[in-house]
Design a protein around this ligand. Structure first.
Ligand SMILES: NC(=O)c1ccc[n+]([C@@H]2O[C@H](COP(=O)([O-])OP(=O)(O)OC[C@H]3O[C@@H](n4cnc5c(N)ncnc54)[C@H](OP(=O)(O)O)[C@@H]3O)[C@@H](O)[C@H]2O)c1
Length: 330
């Protein structure tokens, strides 16, 4: 079943659309011969069978991408893409979990965040625990274009197969856009940190990946990119950029051997979320990252954690019925 699904998924979209249409028409015609439907019954039967096939397909695909594909090893082995990985925002939360998980898989690491002390601490830990090579680059991503020449210089001789664009900042507290403390500086910092960083890091690392015809770029977005987030408008919008940018780059590069993965998680235990204890709905960064790494090569856009994936699906259904806010404005 998994092989059939993988094969089917790799077909061009016209064939993928053709298969369910042929199946639906075939089954309905067969039922028509058995039960001699009138026109309305024929239409109803076609609709129900079509919908049934569609649901079944998505159900099997979901099972395959989350569990069967992983068990069969159809996901991507990041080590095979290049010996180095780069993690931005690596000294806490999700970035720290990525650093440990990648080093555990034998990847050498470029560690990037602001605090030199925290970088040296995690570098020591990783070298002791996993015996891999490391390089630290202290950098503040709220700064503008001027930081990227230096970063490019530091990375130029490394065979980078994996880039984790994780760094991001949120609001200190929910607030009207116009009332944010230090408004204009805050807007600039957030756009630089959440959007410019992954644009420029991708621009720096991608040419090497294209030359080697392999690589994975993981961009950490958020469920807020598709949820309504009043009083966090700029954060939600910056994460929508991350998601859209990643999906389109994935399409641009699917023929070139480069994987782009857009992560759109809900709450995860971290300093940023201010959630201290994990539960069924809020994973630890370690649990989240383990699942996210397993999903590389199987899921190009995912909320990763099962309850977040279900929430994601519910949001999509809910958006179909959403009221238009503009209609309320008199
Ligand atoms: N936690 C959640 O619930 C959640 C949910 C959805 C999406 N996300 C996204 O996941 C990513 C990581 O979030 P997190 O919760 O793991 O955050 P976190 O625990 O606050 O960690 C942030 C990391 O980024 C570094 N950092 C912060 N500002 C930086 C800057 N200006 N320049 C360089 N490094 C900087 C921090 O180290 P230094 O302080 O040393 O610089 C730290 O290593 C973010 O993009 C966030 O939007 C988080």
């Amino acid at each position: 079943m998994a092989t059939i699904l993988k094969l089917y998924d790799s077909l061009p979209w016209a064939f993928r659309a053709g298969v369910p249409i042929l199946l639906t028409v075939g089954t309905t015609t067969f039922c028509h011969h058995l039960f001699h439907f009138n026109f309305l019954e024929f239409l109803g039967c076609t609709y129900s069978i079509g919908l049934g096939f569609l649901l079944l397909y998505h159900f099997f695909l979901f099972i395959y991408r989350n569990w069967v594909g992983v068990a069969l090893g159809h996901n991507t082995d990041l080590k095979k893409l290049g010996s180095w990985a780069v993690v931005t925002g690596c000294t806490a939360g999700i970035g720290e979990a990525y650093s440990h998980a990648l080093a555990k898989r034998g990847l050498n690491l470029v560690l990037m965040s602001r605090s030199k002390e925290k970088l040296e601490k995690i570098e020591r830990e990783i070298r002791e625990l996993y015996q891999v090579q490391t390089k630290v680059i202290p950098v503040d991503f709220t700064e503008g274009m001027e930081i990227y020449n230096g970063i490019e210089e530091e990375l130029k001789d490394l065979e980078i197969g994996t880039l984790i664009n994780n760094v991001g900042m949120s609001y200190p507290f929910p607030e009207y856009f116009i009332d944010l403390p230090h408004g204009r500086k805050f807007y600039r910092d957030m756009l630089n940190c959440n959007m410019m960083s992954l644009t420029m890091m991708t621009a720096i690392v991608l040419p090497g990946m294209l030359q080697r015809k392999k690589g994975a770029v993981v961009n950490v977005g958020s469920l807020t990119s598709i949820l309504d987030t009043p009083f966090m408008a700029l954060y939600g919008a910056s994460k929508a950029f991350v998601d859209k940018f990643t999906q389109d780059l994935a399409l641009e590069h699917e023929e070139h051997g480069i994987i782009f993965q857009s992560l759109i998680p809900g709450y995860i235990v971290s300093n940023m979320s201010k959630v201290k204890k994990s539960n069924f709905f809020v994973p630890t960064p370690e649990a989240f990252v383990e699942k996210a790494i397993q999903a590389v090569g199987l899921q190009s856009r995912t909320a990763v954690w099962l309850p977040h994936q279900i929430l994601h699906a519910c949001i999509h259904i809910g958006q179909f019925f959403r009221r238009d806010g503009a209609a309320e404005v008199r």
